[in-house]
Design a protein around this ligand. Structure first.
Ligand SMILES: *Cc1c(COP(=O)(O)O)cnc(C)c1O
Length: 376
């Protein structure tokens, strides 16, 4: 099945002869009655399992082409669970420009727990290779990265990880399985903030891990999920499953609009640089064209005039809300450095744009009027 069909079929409820429902009811019950003989039924307690979570996990695995998926209360809870499967003294390699929250987890929270971290430019395979050591257990990738849109070679890094007995996990939040399928490229684990494109409407917080194989790692992660309890509510699972039904349409439409916006901005005299893998000027344009179906719906720009001009532009826009997050139906723009703080690698004049589902003509006209207000 193609992903559009999977998105619909994989989120359909199990056949219910009593009611014949076509969409899943939300199962709020936290506890489940035992069989008459005292034995346990398919559900016991909602931290361990819940019908809405089960439907969602089934759909997430199907979309990424994995054998098993685990849903969490946030993207950060998903990443944290993967890190908790490691042991003190284990070594992790991560992109120096990964989502700052992922790096905060690896450095600040798991640093004191004894996890060793090397941050490198993962677009450069030689740099990744140079920091691998016998204790390396995990190579973390994020491609395209947040907010610099760097593109790493997933297939090559996954092969390198396997050569050294490590696993490769990819934060696929920005691309989604509609545009990029890391497990097919050799990765072992895919992580998602389902808060973003999966939910798609800026009204829920969620995360996921999808595993290529239902083996020992999956079992360990399941134990951390159900014992640690960083699980999503039934309602949030239902919302994500609902979002998935339109995911392929939303992501493709937004990505097509993003390409048009990137082309417009790249040719605008007030714009210093545009970070978007869909532009021929992007250093990994060819790799992105091979690795992704479309270059995605996220881009970053630097305007002439630095931070002051960037903040001025964000305020002058009418159809781009100045707010954090991404992947919703509404277009957002964000001055990234002021939210990331001192650890930020974002240039002071960088604005990150999440392209939504408004008409491209309206978005481009809005950018044109706001850029026109900047001092030459
Ligand atoms: C938002 C985001 C996260 C964190 O997810 P939450 O749902 O906010 O916990 C991780 N990685 C990327 C790329 C993100 O955009």
């Amino acid at each position: 099945m193609k992903i559009e069909t999977l998105a619909i079929r994989a989120t359909a409820p199990p056949h219910d002869t009593l009611t014949g429902v076509v969409t899943s009811p939300i199962q709020l019950s936290t506890t489940y009655e035992r069989q008459p003989d005292g034995s346990l039924g398919p559900y016991v307690y909602t931290r361990a399992n819940n019908p809405n979570r089960q439907t969602l996990e089934h759909a997430l695995a199907a979309l990424e082409g994995g054998q098993v998926a685990l849903a969490f209360g946030s993207g950060q809870a998903a990443t944290m669970t993967l890190l908790q499967s490691l042991r003190p003294g284990d070594h992790v390699i991560a992109p120096h420009d990964a989502y700052y929250g992922s790096l905060l987890l690896m450095q600040d929270l798991f640093g004191v727990w004894g996890l060793d971290l090397s941050k490198v430019d993962t677009t450069d395979l030689a740099q990744v290779r140079s920091v691998v050591r016998p204790s390396t257990k995990l190579i973390w990738l994020e491609s395209p990265s947040n907010p610099l849109l760097s593109v790493s070679d997933i297939e090559a890094v996954a092969a390198l990880a396997h050569e050294h007995g490590a696993i490769c996990a990819v934060d696929n939040t920005w691309a989604t399985p509609v545009l990029q399928r890391p497990l097919e490229l050799g990765a072992d684990v895919v992580m998602h903030s389902t808060t973003k494109y999966f939910g798609g409407h800026s009204d829920l917080l969620g995360g996921a891990l999808v595993l290529k194989e239902n083996g020992d790692l999956a079992e360990r992660l399941r134990k951390i999920q159900t014992t640690g309890g960083a699980v999503p509510s039934a309602f949030d699972c239902w919302l994500v499953a609902r979002g998935i039904r339109t995911l392929p349409l939303r992501v493709r439409t937004a990505a097509t609009t993003a390409q048009q916006i990137a082309d417009f901005l790249a040719n605008h005299p007030a714009v210093e640089s545009v970070y978007y893998p869909g532009l021929a000027s992007h250093p990994a344009h060819d790799l992105a064209s091979r690795q992704m179906q479309l270059p995605g719906a996220m881009l970053s720009i630097e305007v002439k005039g630095g931070e002051k001009a960037a903040l001025q532009l964000a305020s002058a826009l009418r159809l781009f809300t100045h707010a954090t997050s991404l992947g919703g139906v509404e277009s957002l723009i964000e001055h990234r450095r002021s939210v990331e703080g001192d650890v930020s690698l974002s240039p002071p004049g960088l604005l990150r744009i999440s392209v939504g589902l408004e008409h491209p003509d309206d978005l481009i006209a809005d950018l044109a009027q706001a850029l026109g207000q900047l001092e030459p």
